[in-house]
Design a protein around this ligand. Structure first.
Ligand code: NAD
Ligand code: ZN
Ligand code: ZN
Length: 347
């Protein structure tokens, strides 16, 4: 089969590689119908994730068809159309049992293994371990493209942003960073009754997208964010500040704009320490949350998509054949230039 192979920092190619085979009774083999590229894949290609070794097939998001099943698999069969989420769950370890498969102990303590510790989904076929406890069969009313964005970005924005942020009816929610993940938080803020959603980004086109995804207010990060939010909230600050960039500056922005008693929900993957101004925050009754997505809300999000409540397809701005994945990487890596959010790769 063909697959996108990581050959070390800065190097990737679309190569002929061996087909995957069932190696554990709990495995299934799937044909990839639709996959995409994540910002994390770009981090890997920069060499930021040393656990990814040369020869690894990348990708951790897919809609796929089951083509073979291991001997212990009873509830999935050849021909089933499934969502393969970014997180693998054994379903049995202590962390899976506490609904935290992001730290599944059986697969090594971090549930994100596709395109990281095992071969991923940017390929014609993929081996899916612990399939019965990890994947989701898709209802007929949900398209491949809609389901694809439930593999990672939608549950990330919702679980790590809105749910960890304890968003409540009537809340003012600020989302710092309007990339796909921040937009997913913006899109799902209404599920918890947020009344005002403010998007903050440096890029004007991202702020335009944010309006379409449900932000009633936008602020350019280069303007006076603190003053604009003080005016909007009568000097109080926002109820929930969601960090969706992953740099110290934006975490520190969240810490300044949150009201006393509010929540800072960090989503961004940080590579450098941010300063925690406890000398100001100690008296503010703030809650700070962090987390890796669990993807445990996928069934709920799928129901919302099926019933027309969540237009998940909005994230897909560019479409390519799977074999043109190198072109798709070029577009995604220069998203600003192409006004791109997510690329859709189809078999
Ligand atoms: N916690 C998790 O489980 C999880 C899962 C997936 C992704 N992530 C992380 O979430 C973050 C966002 O992901 P994404 O795919 O949307 O990334 P992205 O790079 O596509 O988007 C980031 C956005 O932030 C904006 N930005 C950059 N600097 C800014 C600044 N100083 N102020 C305001 N806006 C700024 C950019 O213009 C861009 O629109 C990344 O750090 C990613 O690694 C976390
Ligand atoms: Zn991802
Ligand atoms: Zn587990």
């Amino acid at each position: 089969m063909k697959a996108l192979v990581y050959h070390g920092p800065g190097q990737k190619s679309w190569d002929e590689v061996p087909d995957p085979t069932v190696s554990e009774p709990t495995d299934v083999i799937v044909q990839i119908d639709t996959t995409t590229i994540c910002g994390t894949d770009l981090h890997i290609l920069k060499g930021d994730v040393p656990a990814v070794t040369p020869g690894r097939l990348l990708g951790h998001e897919a809609v796929a068809t089951v083509v073979a099943t291991g001997s212990a698999v009873n509830s999935l069969a050849e021909g089933d159309r499934i969502l393969v989420p970014a997180i693998t769950s054994c379903g049995r370890c202590a962390n899976c049992k506490r609904a935290m498969p992001s730290h599944c102990l059986t697969v090594g303590g971090v549930g994100w293994i596709f395109g990281h510790l095992i071969d991923g989904t940017q390929a014609e076929y993929t081996r899916v371990p612990y399939a019965e406890t990890s994947v989701h069969r898709l209802p007929s009313g949900v398209t491949d493209v809609q389901a694809l964005f439930l593999a990672d970005i939608l549950p990330t924005g919702y679980e790590v942003g809105i749910r960890n942020g304890q968003v409540k009816p009537g809340d003012t929610v600020a989302v710092v960073g309007a990339g796909p993940v921040g937009l997913a938080a913006i899109m799902t803020a209404g599920l918890h009754g947020a009344s005002r959603v403010v998007a903050i980004d440096k890029v004007a086109s991202r702020l335009e997208h944010a309006k379409q995804f449900g932000a009633g207010y936008t602020i350019n990060a280069d303007d006076d964010v603190d003053a604009a939010l003080a005016e909007l909230t009568d000097g109080q600050g926002v109820d929930v500040a969601i960090e969706a960039v992953g740099v110290p500056e934006t975490f520190e922005t969240c810490a300044r704009i949150v009201r006393p008693g509010g929540v800072i929900a960090n989503i961004g993957v940080h590579g450098a320490p941010a300063t925690l101004h406890l000398e100001e925050l100690w008296i503010k009754n703030i809650t700070i949350t962090t987390g890796l997505v669990d993807t445990v809300t996928v069934p709920m999000l799928l129901s919302l998509v099926r019933d027309g409540r969540l237009p998940a397809e909005m994230f897909g701005t560019h479409e390519f054949a799977l074999g043109a994945i190198l072109d798709a990487y070029d577009v995604f890596a220069n998203a600003g230039e192409h006004n791109a959010l997510k690329v859709v790769l189809k078999r």
